[in-house]
Each structure stands twice: as C-alpha cells, then as structure tokens.
Design a binder for this molecule. Structure first.
Ligand SMILES: Cc1cc2nc3c(=O)[nH]c(=O)nc-3n(C[C@H](O)[C@H](O)[C@H](O)COP(=O)(O)OP(=O)(O)OC[C@H]3O[C@@H](n4cnc5c(N)ncnc54)[C@H](O)[C@@H]3O)c2cc1C
Ligand SMILES: C[S@@+](CC[C@H](N)C(=O)[O-])C[C@H]1O[C@@H](n2cnc3c(N)ncnc32)[C@H](O)[C@@H]1O
Length: 681
C-alpha cells in the first residue's frame, strides 16, 4: 500500500519531507532552481525545436510537488505557441507548407517516480507559492491520482502533455516497466533528495535501469555533485560532466548516454514492435474503436473507420445503461492491476469529455456489489483482509452502510466502488468519437462490412463485397465478436457470450435507488422512467434476437436476491430489451497488440517446447501492420480506453502505460506461447 509523505512548511514556506528531513526544492526560489538545473541543463528548449520524433520524453526521479513537471509544461506550452505562430506566418507565405515537415516536438511525455505522494491538500498548499503556474497546477491538482501503486497516465491539453506518474519505490516501478529495446527516455531529471539523506534513490541498480530505458544520446541533469553519483552514472554508460550549480551551489552534474543497451523489458516472444501508423484503418464502431481513434487522433495520425452498421455503437456497446467499475481480485495480479488502472484512466477520460462539452447521459453514483451469496461474502471478506486497494477505489461496507448508500433496503453487505457509476454507452462512444474527430478529422464508412483484408506491397487493402479501400499502413481490428472473421485472424480464440438486458418500468420505490447494484448481474438507478436489469450470460450463442425467456430470467434473478426488497418487488412491465454478444477470451482478459500469426510464432519460438534457455529465430511477420484490440468481455467500458492507449503507445515507440506483466497478459501471442511451452503445438 502506498503511504503519503508527511510534510511541513518551513519558516520560508518551503515544503519539507519529515521522512527525509529535506526540502522539496531550494529555499531560494525553487522555480528558478528547477528551471536552471533540470530544464536548461538538459537543453530542453533547443531540443524541442529539433527532435527526431514528434514526442519528447522526460523522466524524473521524485515527483514531490510536481514543480519540475509544471515548469516543463509551462515551457512546453510556450514552445507550442511559438510553433503555432511560426506556422501561421509560414502558411501566409507559402500555402504548400506541410505540418508534418516540421521536426518540432508536438507532444511532451513526462514520466515521474514517487514513493511517498504528497496529499492532495498539501500539494494544493505547496503549489500556491507559484501563481505563474496556476493554470497548470490547477489541472494537476484536479487529476492528482489516488494512492494506488503503478502507473497513472494523466493527460492534459488534449493529450499534448502526458504525465505517467508512477506511485511506488523507484526501483520497483522502473523494474516493472514495459519498454522497447530502443529505449524511450530523452532526458532525465534526477531529483531524489540529497544522496546522503536518501541513498535508495541513487543506487547503481537504478542508474543501470535508467540506461536500459533511455534512448541513445539521452541526457541527464541533477543538482547534486556527489562523487559516488557521478561514478555510478559513468559505470551505467553516461558521459558525465560538472556544471555550475544553481545560486550559491558550486557544482552540479550533467550527463549524456554514450553507450545505450539493446535491452528490452520483454522476452522476444512478447515483444511489441513499432509500426508505420501514417494511415490507419480501424474496423469497428464500439467503445474499442472510439478509444483507439481517440488515441490516434491525439497523435495527429490519419484514421479511417469502417463500420458494418449504419451508426456507431450498434454492436455490444449498444446498451442503454452500462456500469463502469473495475474487477478487482484479492491479490495483486496482472488482471487486477490492468482493471484498476484502466478504470481510473477511463474515469478521467470520461470526465474530461464532459468538461470539454461532449455530453452523454451518465451518473457517477458509485457501484455497490452485494454479497448475495456466501461465496461472495467470503470473497469480500478476503478483499477486506488483504487490504490491497485504496478505499477511494474500493471499500467494504456493512449492510447498514450499503443500504444507506443505495437508498433502498436489501440487508446485504458488500463492496462499494465510489468513483464508479453508469453511462449510456452509445452516447459515450459517440462523444469519444466526436472528441477524436475534433482533434484530427476521421473518415468514416458506415454500412460497410469488411469481408477481406489483403496485404499488398503498398499496404493493407480492405475489401467489401463490391468495393475496396486502401492501401493503409496499419489495420486495427476492433470488431468485437466478429474479430475472428477474417482469413488472417481465424485462429483468434474468441469466446462469444450472448447477453440480454431488460428495460423495466420504474416504481416509486425503485426510484429511490441511488447507486448501481451488482449481484450476479446488475441493476441501474432509474433513467427515463426505466431501469436496466440484467444481464444473461449464454455461451455458444451468436443470436442477437431478444428472447422473452431471457426477460423472465432477468426478473427472476433479481427477485431471487431481493425478494424482500420493495424496490425489486414493485417494478413495472418490461417494455424493451437489448441483446448482443460479448467478445471474451478464456482468461477473461482483453487483447491488444500486433496480430500474432500462429505459424510464424511456432517457427520462430519452436525451442520454447524445450525450455526458455534456447535460441529463437526472428519472426517473419507476414501480417505486419495488422493489429487487434478486442476481447473486452463484460467490461469494455472500463478497460477499452487504456488498452487502446497501450496499443498505440507500443506501435508508436512511446512510453507504455501498462507494466510489462500486464502487457504480456494482454498480448495477442499469449495463447500460442502458453501452448508452445506446454508442448501442445
Ligand atoms: C448484455 C450486455 C451487458 C453489458 N453490460 C456492460 C456493463 O455494464 N459494463 C461494461 O463495461 N460492459 C458491459 N458489456 C460489455 C461491453 O458492452 C463490451 O465489452 C463492449 O461493448 C465491447 O466493445 P467493442 O468495441 O469491443 O465491441 P462492439 O461494441 O461489439 O463493436 C464491434 C463493432 O465492430 C463492427 N464490425 C464487426 N465486424 C465488422 C466488419 N467486418 N466490418 C465492419 N464493421 C464490423 C460492428 O458494427 C460493431 O460496431 C455488456 C455487454 C452485453 C452484451
Ligand atoms: C526533492 S523531492 C522532489 C521534488 C520534486 N521534483 C518537485 O518538483 O517538487 C524528492 C522526492 O523523491 C521521493 N522519493 C524518495 N525516495 C524515493 C524512492 N525510493 N522512490 C521513489 N520516490 C522517492 C520523495 O518522496 C520526494 O517526493
């Protein structure tokens, strides 16, 4: 569990960490110090104007009050303004100027590691000292995450500024990261308290890992001039020099990575490779495709959507009210980690849409999971005993507390996800699409059923019965239950699970319900005089026809758990229902990554049958440029946005939001690799 920093403010108003007995920044104008030591000594201004990628990545050890981040963001905003002005002038003189000819950076990616996050109130107090940063600090405070270990991806300025805030010890966090062999970091800010007061932050193993995740020629700057830090960084592969320190300080250290490694976080069989991504086709129409179009649009990547229906969200994402909450286990598994961080990211994104005026019906009313059976009560007890999750994410509630929250009498204890709630998925999918469109227009082809995918020399061509489209550099399949219908993806082990939700008339009593209830299924607060009551789970059926029998099943199920509760016994008629097929995999995890062609993987990694010590062949990648984003099962509203972000980050050689273990858990090759290791193929 993450512990907060205990801080106080000294007589000069500078925050001091009690645990370390050290100041967060200089008593003598911390902002000027931050600018000089980290921003200027890494030469960021110049590098933003001429960089080999559209994104620039800074990593920091010790987030503290976020002062370094905020100063860098402010400088970056000024850089964008200057670029914009320059572009306007160029456009006036030469209309043929192409945005993409520009080698100037358009996205700032800031990674920071923090073991003892400052409490939100303390943060707000500390940042009051910098009125010039107010525009930026107010946004940081609004998004400041809860005390959950791992990577919180926060996005600002329409995704032009990304902050990956890792909560946890720097060594644990950096060891858990997923990264490619080219590395991702362009510049380091080493700011972990004085080495004498906090040696943990300045260990050789941290320096070595810094090298692994750095790109060639990455730079570093730090306020300290300690000899062992300098020697350690040299040992790790950085060429080190001394510079004039800030203010009265005589010296500080700067460095450049001269000997990068070819290390990557993953074994070859779980690698993610960069892709071209200059003209992407997305096949879909639901929450997965809107999420990935949003991730692409933020990066100015040209995208075309192909949807077989005449509008968005006519597949599984078509419900009237869908619950948004994570699936958390009583263990710190990749599954729980994926859901916890996906949920927090989705919630921030969905709130941002509303703040930006992209509206959709919703209620952040919390989700209450009732212990309707002894098995569930035991599970909830186990969750309470393990105390793995911050209470802002999930907390156990007694029957009295639960009924108080819900506003109805049930008599069940449970677990409460106070940040959860319900959304109207079609309107949400549309809002997310519109937001993506507002960032970078997307071509759309509705009523367009893609039958075949063809890889040609110039890229991927998509065929309907009568038309063809393309070529595209990349294709992302977000086709839900139909994701396995293409010749290339036939081996995708999709488990289709049909589900029906019934819309039942609200009563005076049921209108008292204030939160989403989950039992074996779910029941939502009243919306448009109705509740959503469901859902059924039926494997091996692809039928989307509404069945009267399923409506009865939904009502009987609700009554079986709430027969003594008048909100359930007083409900009116079922006036409508919706049925669809959820796309799942047997491990109940989604899939995000480049398509893993079975024969190619079996040839390349045949030696896995003998063990992990043997040599592998390189992949031939006959389907290069083909990717999948699907398998969201019964929780796409929670997990699709961050999985989409992870996929695009991998394909664009950017820092990835998921840890290596989560990246592997959702990798398209996972079933093939498991079967090879078990000698089953
Ligand atoms: C009854 C029920 C209740 C649910 N309740 C919840 C809930 O409360 N909370 C929650 O988080 N999740 C819930 N889910 C799950 C959630 O709806 C899914 O996880 C999510 O909708 C999956 O989104 P998707 O974009 O992957 O797939 P879909 O929404 O199914 O989208 C697939 C899209 O692909 C298009 N397509 C397919 N093939 C082609 C092709 N060949 N050419 C062109 N277009 C194609 C389709 O037109 C469709 O638009 C529920 C699901 C069901 C069925
Ligand atoms: C000098 S402060 C950072 C100041 C900060 N950059 C700012 O702009 O306010 C050092 C930070 O490192 C954090 N820290 C100390 N030890 C750590 C560790 N082992 N792993 C991660 N963070 C650590 C502290 O909690 C503290 O917030």
């Amino acid at each position: 569990m993450i512990k907060n920093a205990n801080i106080h403010f000294n007589h000069l108003g500078t925050p001091v960490a009690d645990q370390f007995d050290d100041v967060y920044f200089s008593n003598d104008d911390g902002l000027a110090e931050s600018h000089y030591v980290f921003y200027q000594q890494n030469n960021i201004s110049q590098r933003l104007q001429n960089h080999d990628r559209a994104h620039f990545v800074i990593a920091e050890t010790g987030f503290g009050t976020g002062l370094n981040f905020l100063n860098t963001w402010q400088q970056f905003a000024a850089h964008l303004d200057r670029q914009h002005d320059k572009q306007e002038v160029q456009n006036q003189h030469d209309l043929s100027v192409n945005k993409s000819d520009n080698s100037s950076v358009s996205r700032l990616h800031f990674i920071s590691f923090e073991k003892f996050p400052i409490k939100r109130d303390d943060l707000a107090h500390a940042l009051k000292a910098w009125p010039s940063l107010h525009t930026f600090s107010a946004q940081l405070i609004a998004q400041y995450p809860i005390n959950l270990a791992g990577c919180h991806r926060l996005e600002f300025a329409d995704g032009r500024v990304v902050l990956d805030l890792y909560f946890g010890d720097v060594q644990d966090s950096i060891d858990a990261m997923s990264y490619p062999c080219e590395g991702v970091v362009d510049a380091w800010y080493l700011d972990g308290f004085a080495p004498s007061k906090n040696p943990d932050m300045w260990q050789q193993s941290v320096f070595n890992k810094m090298r692994a995740i750095s790109r060639e020629h990455a730079t570093l700057a730090t306020f300290t001039a300690a000899g062992f830090v300098r020697r350690g960084l040299i040992e790790a592969g950085f060429a080190m020099a001394k510079a004039k320190g800030y203010g009265k300080k005589r010296e500080m250290l700067i460095g450049t990575l001269t000997t990068p490694t070819e290390q990557q976080s993953d074994p070859a069989y779980f690698s993610h490779h960069a892709s071209t991504l200059n003209n992407v086709a997305v096949i879909g129409g639901g929450i997965a495709s809107s999420s990935v179009m949003y991730s692409l649009a933020k990066r100015d990547i040209t995208t075309t959507l192909f949807c077989q229906d005449d509008a968005l969200a006519m597949g599984a994402s078509h419900n009237v009210q869908g619950a948004v909450y994570p699936h958390l286990q009583a263990k710190n598994s990749p599954h729980s980690e994926m859901f916890a961080h996906s949920f927090l990211y989705a919630k921030r994104l969905y709130q941002q849409l509303l703040d930006d005026g992209f509206d959709y019906p919703h209620q952040w009313c919390g989700v209450l999971q009732h212990a309707v059976k002894q098995g569930l009560a035991d599970k909830h007890q186990n969750l309470a005993d393990k105390a793995l999750w911050p209470t802002e994410l999930m907390r156990n509630v007694s029957a009295t507390e639960g009924d108080d929250i819900a506003g109805v009498n049930t008599g069940y204890s449970g677990v409460f996800f106070e940040q959860g709630g319900w959304v109207n998925p079609p309107a949400l999918v549309t809002a997310l699409f519109n937001k993506a469109y507002s960032l970078n227009p997307i071509k759309t082809h509705f009523n367009c059923h893609i039958e075949q995918l063809e890889k040609t020399e110039s890229g991927w061509v998509l065929h309907t019965k009568t038309q063809q489209f393309g070529p595209f550099s990349d294709v992302i399949i977000c086709a839900g239950e139909h994701s396995d219908q293409f010749k290339q993806t036939q081996a995708l082990p999709v488990v289709g699970v049909r589900g029906q939700v019934s819309h039942v008339e609200a009563s005076e009593q049921s209108k008292q319900l204030k939160t989403v209830l989950c039992h074996k299924g779910y029941f939502t607060p009243e919306f448009q005089e109705h509740h959503c009551m469901g859902a059924t789970f039926e494997k091996n059926s692809k039928s989307r026809e509404v069945k009267e029998q399923d409506n009865q099943t939904n009502r009987e199920q609700l009554l079986s758990f709430y027969k003594d509760s008048d909100f359930a016994t007083s409900l009116g008629e079922i006036t409508a229902a919706k049925a669809a097929v959820r796309c799942s995999f047997i491990d109940h995890l989604p899939m995000a990554g480049e398509w893993a062609e079975q024969d190619d993987y079996v040839n390349a990694f045949a030696n896995l049958r003998l063990g992990k010590r043997y040599q592998y062949q390189p992949l031939a990648k006959p389907q290069q440029g083909l990717h999948v984003l699907t398998g969201f099962g019964a929780r796409g509203l929670c997990s699709a946005p961050l999985c989409a972000e992870h996929l695009v980050a991998c394909l664009n050689n950017e820092p990835r939001p998921f840890s290596e273990r989560v990246s592997q858990a959702i990798h398209p090759a996972r079933f093939i690799i498991r079967d090879l290791i078990r000698n089953k193929i």
